[in-house]
Each structure stands twice: as structure tokens, then as C-alpha cells.
Design a protein around this ligand. Structure first.
Ligand code: ADP
Ligand code: MG
Length: 460
């Protein structure tokens, strides 16, 4: 389809299909074919009108998917360039799903970010708000300090350092801070940037002789939100630059929030003086989400989307995806989309089938004899020696490793494990478990050794 755009300098024909192809090429290039077919191929640009790009999508799940995966900002970036204009994106849904979507058209507002507001090419995901951040013991503190910081930047908690493994809400919290600050005043300049981007932009600014403008962008911000600081590891020059920016902002009582995938002390390869800055303020971790939290997040999502998913299905997902909330949400979005597009009811059996690529079958408990065999082999002992009454150090460690492996790889109780290793009572196996667990977390050599043994046992 060829259309005219009025506000172009010169009247010019643009080919919407070509532009959308460009978007696909740049934004979705690393998706697998299956995902592309399911999520991307049904989307098209319907119209470009008054600087607004209207995307046509089958239903609201497709826009949710775009938003949930942070694609919207990237799409906008490409469209801005292609259309030589700062565009707004609107959605138009083809299917009218009654209880889900009342309005045919939902406008996604980019207006709250007029160009002058400095947001290093990132926009804050409108779904990543404090209201949408569900808490339990594992993440309550992290949310509370961020919320305080958003309302009173630079006063109570500064800097804030948040650490957690991937997929547990670090980026969500930073965007929530950004969204909240902009809600309080649209004039706020907020510097949100991931550390890898910081490194890239810093290098570019050096190459282009634009270091001053690079710096001034940060120095004029009311808050600096640095995501995934671990990407500064080993980047000495960038660390130096960041140190400098940090000090200026901190001295001027500007809010600083940093996220990381590990504790400050574990950021090996980051200068000591930076790490000690990180430790000046509040350190908050986000722990593993409980089953209740996982379930609550799924419920919250379905309620927001006004879609009904049976409780046992939600529970099945929450019980099987335990480590990463992004994957948890991904599973939910997938079953809803498949159910709607292919008209399949959400029964447990159907859902198991839909999620078979996502949910790995639980590892089967292992026969303890296999563990004993592998441990004896690995430490070059005979089984008789391993299970003997002798208490020499050379035998104690292998035995403890064996009992540890039995605890993590079988369903046996401490008493049963002790019995299998010919020890008198369960405190022996319990202490063995604790000892090796500590050893693994403090000594990478043992962590590696144990992992190797686990693999060997599994492959028997
Ligand atoms: P991280 O940055 O720690 O890797 P993200 O912030 O990207 O994780 O979170 C992954 C996904 O999980 C996001 O879609 C986010 O909205 C969601 N999420 C994480 N924690 C929560 C929570 N407590 N409540 C609701 N959604 C959450
Ligand atoms: Mg993140």
C-alpha cells in the first residue's frame, strides 16, 4: 500500500510494507522462526497519519507481547529514522475479543517523553510501574527503597544498589522509578542507561570528540539509573568516567540507583573505589520468588488483561517455572495467545503440550548406588574404602561429597543417606551436606568438580 504523508517536507510516497520489513529486519532479527511466525508475522503497519503509526495486530496479546519484551522502544527508534520524524505508535486490533478488549484502539503514549527530556534513547516501559510490581519477602525491601527514591530523589537512600539474578525485576524497578519521577514532573531529566550502552556511548563520544556533551547529559539529570553494572567489569576507562559522573551527581544530591547481577564485593574487575561508593548507601537484594509470589504475579497479569485462565493452569506454570519471572510471564503470554489464535481450551493437558519447550521435565531422582560408584571413581577409591569406618581426611571429604550429592540428587532423607553411607545417624549426613554446600560457594574449584560429577551421575 502506498500513501502520502502530509507533513513531509516534500510530498513523498512511502511504502508501509517496506518500512515494516525494515523494522522486522532490525528489531526481530534474532528471533527463531517459530516465534516470528507466531508473534511477528501477523503484525503490519496499517497507516501513518499525522505522525502516528497505526500498527494492526490480531489482538491485545500481541501488543502485550511487544511491550513485555521491550520491543516498542526499538520499533519506535527504527520508525523515527525511517519516517524522519518522532512518531507515536497506536494499536488497532483486528479481532474483537469481547471480554478482553473493549476499545478497538489503544493509544500508547509516547507524549510524556517529549524530545527535550533526556532518556538516553530508552523509554520507560509503561507496564513497569510500582503498581505492577508484586511483592513478597524476597523483593519488598528493594521496591520500598526505590519507591522512596522516586518520590524524594537524593534524600533518604543514596546511592541504592540492587542485586539479583536475571529475570527478577531489576529493570522493572528502575523503569518504575523513571515512570514515577516523570509522573511527578514531566520536566525531570532522568538518565537511564544500561552499563553496556554506557560503555558504547562513552567510546563513541571519545571517537567523535563529544565527550563534553556525553558528560553534560548525565550531569544535568536529576537521577542516574544504571542498569546491569556488571557490564563495566574489565572496562577500566569507562569505570573511570563513571566514577567521575557518580561523584558529581552524588555531591549534588542527585539520586543514583544501580543494579547488578551480583553483590558489590563480588564485582571482581571493578575498581575498589567504585565498589566502596556502591556500599555507601543502601544495598538491597531480590531473592528467589516464592510460589505464592509467582502465582500472584500470574494472577495479576491475567486480571490486567481481563482474561480468564483456570487456577490449576496458573498453578502448573508457577510450580514449574521457578527461577525467572520473565520466563514465567512468557509462558503465560504464550498459552493465552495459542489458545486464542488456535481456539484451544486451556486445560492442563493442552497447556502442558503448549509449554513443552518451555518447561523442562523435572529430573528424575537418581539411584544412590550410582552416586557412590561415581564418587569412588572420581576420588580413585574402592567402594569398600569409601563406605568403611576409617575416618582419615582422605576418606572424609569424598564421603561428604557423596552424601551432599545424595541430598541434592535423590529424594532420600538425611537418615536414609547416612544409612547408605554406613554412618550411624542423620547428623553426619546433614553436616556433610552443609559443609560441601559452603565449600561450593566459596571455592570455584569444588563447584566445578561437583558439577562435573553431577553430570557424570546423570549420564549413567
Ligand atoms: P531483570 O532486569 O532483573 O533481569 P526484569 O526487570 O526484566 O528482570 O523482569 C523480568 C520480567 O518479570 C519483567 O516483565 C517484569 O515486569 C517481571 N517482573 C519481575 N518481578 C516482578 C514482580 N515482582 N511483579 C511483577 N512483575 C515482575
Ligand atoms: Mg534487566
Amino acid at each position: 500500500m502506498w500513501i502520502n504523508i502530509k507533513h513531509y517536507d516534500t510530498m513523498q510516497d512511502i511504502n508501509l510494507e517496506q518500512i515494516w520489513n525494515k523494522v522486522k529486519e532490525i528489531v526481530f532479527s534474532n528471533l527463531e522462526t517459530q516465534t516470528l511466525d507466531l508473534w511477528v508475522s501477523p503484525i503490519a503497519i496499517k497507516e501513518v497519519k499525522d505522525g502516528n503509526v497505526i500498527l494492526s495486530l490480531p489482538n491485545k496479546y500481541f501488543s502485550d507481547w511487544l511491550i513485555a519484551n521491550n520491543y516498542l522502544a526499538k520499533i519506535k527508534e527504527v520508525l523515527d529514522i525511517e519516517l524522519k520524524n518522532s512518531v507515536e505508535i497506536e494499536f488497532e486490533y483486528i479481532q474483537d475479543i469481547k471480554d478482553i478488549n473493549k476499545e478497538q484502539r489503544q493509544k500508547v503514549e509516547f507524549e510524556y517523553m517529549p524530545e527535550k527530556i533526556f532518556v538516553l534513547k530508552e523509554i520507560f516501559n509503561p507496564e513497569y510501574t510500582f503498581e505492577n510490581f508484586i511483592t513478597d519477602e524476597s523483593n519488598r525491601f528493594a521496591k520500598a527503597v526505590c519507591e522512596t527514591a522516586a518520590k524524594q530523589p537524593g534524600s533518604a537512600y543514596n546511592p541504592i544498589f540492587i542485586y539479583a539474578p536475571v529475570g527478577l525485576g531489576k529493570t522493572h524497578l528502575l523503569h518504575a522509578v523513571g515512570n514515577k519521577m516523570l509522573e511527578l514532573s514531566k520536566k525531570f531529566r532522568i538518565a537511564y542507561i544500561t552499563a553496556d550502552r554506557f560503555v558504547n556511548e562513552y567510546i563513541q563520544s571519545l571517537q567523535n570528540n563529544k565527550i563534553d556533551s556525553f558528560r553534560s547529559k548525565f550531569q544535568n539529570a536529576i537521577a542516574l539509573l544504571l542498569d546491569d553494572v556488571q557490564f563495566l567489569i574489565g572496562k577500566e576507562k569507562s569505570q573511570e568516567e563513571f566514577f567521575h559522573i557518580f561523584n558529581i551527581l552524588f555531591d549534588n544530591k542527585k539520586q543514583i540507583i544501580i543494579t547488578s547481577d551480583r553483590k558489590p564485593q563480588e564485582l571482581k574487575g571493578i575498581e575498589e573505589r567504585l565498589i566502596s561508593r556502591f556500599e555507601w548507601g543502601v544495598i538491597a537484594d531480590i531473592g528467589r520468588p516464592s510460589l505464592e509470589l509467582r502465582l500472584a504475579i500470574l494472577k495479576h497479569k491475567t486480571q490486567r488483561q481481563r482474561v480468564y485462565v483456570p487456577d490449576d493452569v496458573l498453578r502448573y506454570i508457577a510450580e514449574n517455572i521457578t527461577e525467572n519471572i520473565r520466563r514465567l510471564e512468557g509462558a503465560l503470554i504464550k498459552i493465552i495467545a495459542v489458545s486464542i489464535t488456535e481456539n484451544i481450551p486451556l486445560t492442563i493437558d493442552n497447556v502442558k503440550d503448549m509449554l513443552k519447550d518451555v518447561i523442562e521435565p523435572k529430573p528424575q531422582p537418581v539411584d544412590i548406588q550410582k552416586i557412590i560408584d561415581v564418587v569412588a571413581e572420581e576420588f580413585k577409591l574402592s567402594k569398600t574404602e569409601l563406605l568403611s569406618k576409617k575416618r582419615s581426611d582422605a576418606l572424609a571429604l569424598p564421603r561428604q561429597v557423596g552424601m551432599y550429592l545424595a541430598k541434592v540428587m535423590t529424594d532420600l532423607s538425611y537418615a536414609e543417606i547416612a544409612e547408605n553411607f554406613k554412618r550411624k545417624d542423620h547428623t553426619t549426613s546433614y553436616h556433610a551436606y552443609l559443609k560441601i554446600k559452603n565449600l561450593i560457594s566459596s571455592n570455584p574449584y569444588y563447584a566445578q568438580l561437583i558439577n562435573k560429577m553431577i553430570e557424570k551421575i546423570r549420564s549413567r
